[in-house]
Design a binder for this molecule. Structure first.
Ligand code: SF4
Length: 442
């Protein structure tokens, strides 16, 4: 039986490196002539307010332009780049438009006739993924003849890695995203993510590892210049190779294990042929998550613990925490950290997601989001309940709840939340390896 071909190439220069990766993998060998092609980049986050670190977070425009050129050379005229990025306001049209302009997609339109679309502006279509899973995808990708899936190469604090299969989560509607973060552990996030590629048209995956991201998926992770490109016509094989390079056996990545099982394939690379660079020469362990510390004084991320905080019990979120509550979660932690003035808090527990249960003995329990409230509103172990209802919860209610618990957070942190990612740019300032130009079209 023939093996699934995956190419690994070192990124060296525009056009040539992507071309080499795609050709070694035979990635466009079965591209139908006159195909309608959909390109799926990864734009996990965007803000108009400030320039923020994008390295390993967002697909480089370099790789996007290079594949567009290859498609045009093959006579392809109908090319759409589409993304359904995470937005705090679901009806926000300006932020995606700003992202497409900044990333040069409008220049690609002028130069090559490429269209750029916010997936939420187009038709959506329910797709049966088997085993009772129905998710609603952008119709444009489902009805294209060929997909080029271009994830940024990263580890992920919920799914271990986020590569070709996980990148397709940006193609489903908000309701489907919430379904993926299911509270039933036997049908959890990994179970759902594993199926995202199952009904896609023929697809070329190019993993963009010019920059890679540790502790992803967003701008607060650690970014590296890695100069890696991985390509394959088989998304699972590309992802298994990507996971290995990031330091994880495919068997350590639950959604890849599910995806392999669904395809009746091994959970390793025994049916994969790697061409180009060797995995061993490029392997670089990328941590997937931030450290949490628990002792008799509290439980919280290590970064908060270092501040000396006591009396706070803020356990790591689980797989049931949706993307939207996840953004809120980061903001709450930032606000809590800056509210610490050295006086022990009153054993305040903060619970997130859909599954967590209150710890007995806490003085105050903050339930973040509609799901947590519904799951625990009558729980007997809660002494004083402070509920932040809403899906996702609104900043003014979060501020009120934290202050009610004795944590005097500064409301301006929430007012200026859009500016916060820009502060992280200083980590990379002056380092010539981190070039903003990779995210623009010259
Ligand atoms: S409240 Fe939060 S966890 Fe619950 S569905 Fe809404 S966004 Fe998801």
């Amino acid at each position: 039986m023939s093996k699934n071909l995956v190419s690994i190439v070192k990124y060296e220069k525009p056009y040539e490196s992507v071309r080499k990766a795609v050709e070694l993998a035979g990635g466009l060998d079965h591209l139908p002539s006159k195909a309608k092609v959909f390109i799926k980049p990864n734009i996990v986050f965007w803000t108009k307010a400030v320039v923020f670190p994008k390295w390993g977070v967002i697909t480089t425009s370099r790789v996007i332009e290079d594949i567009v050129v290859m498609l045009k050379e093959r006579g392809i005229d109908d090319i759409t780049i589409g993304e359904g990025m995470v937005l705090s306001e679901s009806k926000d049209k300006e932020t995606p438009a700003h992202a497409f302009e900044y990333l040069g997609y409008n220049t690609l339109k002028k130069r090559y006739g490429v269209k750029a679309m916010n997936v939420f502006d187009g038709d959506m279509e329910k797709v049966d993924l088997g085993d009772g899973v129905e998710l609603t995808f952008g119709a444009e990708i489902i009805h294209s003849d060929f997909v080029v899936d271009i994830p940024a190469m990263k580890t992920h604090n919920q799914t271990v890695v986020s590569l070709g299969i996980k990148n397709l989560k940006g193609m489903i509607d908000l309701k489907s995203r919430k379904i993926c973060h299911n509270a039933d552990p036997s049908r959890d996030l990994n179970f759902h993510v594993a199926r995202l590629a199952d009904k896609m048209p023929p697809m070329l995956t190019i993993i963009d590892g010019i920059y890679t991201l540790e502790k992803g998926p967003s701008f607060d992770g650690r970014m590296k210049r890695s100069n890696i490109l991985i390509a394959s016509s088989d998304v699972l094989s590309a992802d298994m190779v990507g996971a290995k390079i990031l330091g994880y056996e495919p068997s350590q990545v639950p959604h890849l294990v599910f995806a392999a099982g669904n395809r009746k394939r091994p959970h390793d690379l025994s049916d994969v042929e790697v061409v180009g660079e060797k995995i061993e020469d490029l392997q670089d362990f990328h941590k997937s998550d931030f450290e949490y510390i628990e002792d008799d004084k509290g439980c919280m991320p290590a970064a908060l613990k270092k501040s000396g905080i006591e009396g706070l019990y803020y356990r790591k979120f689980d797989l049931s925490l949706c993307t939207y509550c996840s953004g809120t979660n980061g903001m709450i932690l930032t606000a809590i950290r800056s509210a610490w003035k050295g006086n022990k808090w009153d054993d305040v527990e903060v619970l997130t997601g859909k599954q967590k249960k209150p710890t007995p003995g806490m003085s105050k329990t903050i339930l973040v989001g509609k799901c947590m409230y519904e799951a625990n509103k009558d729980h007997p172990d809660i002494k004083e309940m402070i509920a932040i209802k809403g899906c996702p919860p609104q900043p003014k209610n979060i501020i009120k709840a934290l202050q009610q618990a004795g944590i005097e957070v500064d409301p301006t942190i929430f007012d200026h939340a859009e500016m916060a990612p820009g502060l992280l740019m200083s980590r990379y300032a002056g380092n010539p390896e981190f070039e903003e130009s990779f995210f623009q079209i010259a």
